[in-house]
Design a binder for this molecule. Structure first.
Ligand SMILES: [Zn+2]
Length: 319
């Protein structure tokens, strides 16, 4: 095929199409600027195609990058979900531990005879701390199913739970500190208060009015308890305390007086010998003297007295 350009007038040009197989010649007449316009359109199309190809490639690249990002984000999302589950589990464990601590504390207080209303007020509530949505494995992840799923709500809920636990722990610490102080006081009192018999022997005279053992006439007030024990039997302190007096006292013979604090004193009289001295710290059960018959006594025995705030009380209440 051949193409020919024939100029007819100054403002127009004619294109001739002359086939080689001798069929008729065809011509196209157009303004002189026609080829230029066609060339411009062609050029514009080429540029547009190039830009389109570039844009498509760029979008493809972005799509591939996004896919990678989505996979990475999904992995992070799964990892955060597992982390939330773990934290939630730990929060529940801490909650249980707090409850067990309070229960143990209550047991200790009950064992030492302490009842504290404050502990009831600050008792840990048994409301479970859960971030159920976060731990629900059936929840679809966003990039897998297309559903919107945001971990921030679960994280916020968990944060609130942990904050609540933190407050409860602080409250419990305060409660435990108060309780420990009162338990220590109580244990100290229990260590000191007279609570055993001073000697292993039978009671030969109780507390209160009795016939005068010396004249067998009339009655007298017996302000202690007599234990009829053999000469030399070991006499022990009935509670922790400090020796106030250890020596001879008219009527009481060889005598030991112990101060136990809390307004309580005990005295042990008619001993044959004394094993402690004034100012000694003694423990419950510690030997302090030996049974004898010194002072106003009719035979070997221990006269045991308990005083509360300076007044005699029945020692039988203290063992
Ligand atoms: Zn007596």
């Amino acid at each position: 095929m051949k193409k020919a350009l024939v100029s007819s007038k100054k403002s127009h040009a004619t294109f001739l199409y002359i086939p080689e197989n001798q069929s008729s010649v065809r011509s196209v007449r157009m303004p002189i600027w026609g080829p230029k316009v066609l060339a411009c359109i062609l050029g514009a199309l080429i540029i547009y195609s190039s830009f389109s190809a570039y844009a498509i490639n760029h979008l493809k690249f972005q799509y591939e990058t996004s896919k990678k990002d989505i996979r990475a984000l999904t992995e992070i999302n799964n990892s955060q979900k597992a982390e939330i589950e773990c934290l939630n589990l730990n929060a529940q464990k801490i909650q249980m531990q707090l409850e067990q601590n309070i229960a143990a504390l209550e047991e200790v207080k009950a064992a030492v005879g302490l009842k504290d209303k404050a502990s009831e007020e600050t008792k840990i509530t048994k409301a479970p701390i859960t971030v159920s949505q976060a731990t629900d494995k059936n929840i679809a992840l966003p990039f897998v199913s297309g559903n919107s799923y945001d971990l921030s709500a679960e994280l916020s809920s968990l944060q609130t739970s942990l904050l609540s636990l933190s407050k409860k722990t602080m409250n419990q610490k305060t409660e435990i500190d108060k309780s420990v102080a009162s338990i220590k006081d109580r244990l100290d009192y229990l260590r000191c208060v007279p609570s055993i018999a001073p000697v292993v022997a039978k009671i030969t005279a109780g507390y209160g009015y009795r016939r005068n053992p010396f004249t067998s006439r009339g009655s007298e007030f017996h302000d202690g308890i007599d234990f009829g024990a053999p000469y030399g039997t070991k006499v022990v302190a009935t509670g922790d305390g400090v020796v106030l007096f250890a020596g001879y006292q008219s009527g009481y013979g060889r005598m030991v007086i112990i101060s136990h604090g809390y307004g309580l004193t005990t005295s042990y009289s008619h001993n044959s010998s004394i094993l402690v001295k004034k100012g000694d710290k003694v423990k419950r059960g510690q030997a302090i003297s030996k049974v004898g018959s010194t002072g106003r006594s009719t035979g070997a025995h221990l006269h045991y007295e308990v005083k509360l705030n300076g007044k005699n009380v029945n020692p039988a209440k203290y063992f």
